[in-house]
Write a protein that binds this ligand. Sequence first.
Ligand SMILES: [Zn+2]
Length: 435
Amino acid sequence: MALKNEGSLVPSRREVLKTAVACLALPGMLARASAATGLRISNRLSPLNSKRPRRPHTRYIILHTTEGEEKGSLNKLVRYGEAHYFVCHSGQVYRIIDKSKIARHTGRSMWEGRTTIDNYSIGIEVCGYHNRDITPAQADAVRELLRQLKSLYDIPDERVLTHSMVAYGRPNRFHNDNHRGRKRCGMIFARPEIRARLGLEGAPPEDPDVKAGRLKVADPELFAYLFARRTEPVLVAAGAAAPLPVPATAAVPSESPLISLNRTAWQIARERYNHPDTVYVFPDGRRLEGDKVQDWGRIPTGTRVLLSEAEDTQPFEGFLEIGKDGSTSAEIAGQAASSATTIYFFPDGLIRTGSELKQKRSWQRLLKTPPKGTRLLVGYVYGGHVQSRRPPSTIAGIKWNYPSTYYRYPDGRILSGDDINANNIPGGTLIFYQQ
Ligand SMILES: [Zn+2]
């Protein structure tokens, strides 16, 4: 594929004005500075770029590691529009989604009480692994890219975060609460010495959502690693080990693939523990895929967990499935199971909110134990039918074409806001958008 070399970041006129006010830099100065430091950015735009809406707020920069080799990782990120930038081992940078638009890169995420951090952030995928150092050329490129983006959007170092910091998980077989620790992605960028190489002097001093009690810590080892400067006691999820005392430089979390008394399938595979690509090799040599394991309490010590490579496509703050994410509505949605903002998509096509199901006695069993394959949207507004006099923008406002907004067509298809043809939405289409 022919690549068009565009040199440095080219700020839009509005960004130039903002930058000029915020840091008294002129666009020419930015371009010269990057030429001097040799930042090379080429376009490798995602086919989804043109459909992605603009992002009204830019508060954070999120650093990721691809967990896979260069070519395959880049192809996948481009195909699904899952990052704004990709940084190769050589320091070459590819632009995948325009920095002013929304990329899908954080999935289920929370920071400072905000959810779906994609709507507030720029995502940089650095080719490499969460526990391995990056190349000197990558460090140079990321430092310069960060310098420009921080300046353009007026983002302090404390808001340059890692995917592992902002990702969170819903309750599952291993944790009763919404919890931190869903991912290790990008955790290397929490290390003080690596941050220093990226020109970052500050770091988030603590986890604001754990501190406020919105999330529990599911992996104290990872938590200590990410927030090594933390001193206050934290709320630890039931079933997790007690928080470790945090030394000045926290130990690197264990990567052992073996299940033991202190090491559960979740700690090794995280949200992919029950995924068909995750394979359990028992001490007697038997193998079982994650989706076939029945009794999670009885996996013998010494069982080896084989994980597939590459970062998963990120689930949104969206569909959860009975039989996969939990077996009852309470396991998946907790107290929100019977609320108006939990939407049930039953396998036979019926769609109801939790509060509708609660009101009718004959539906109460459906509400408690929906059939396997029922999908739930938690924290969503049932926007009703799209009509010519009631277009999506009237219903969902600015979020009408967000990737996190879903459209259910009369033929049963469900498409995201960035996947629909806005000029041809059939009558009777339903719309669901995040609260
Ligand atoms: Zn990531």
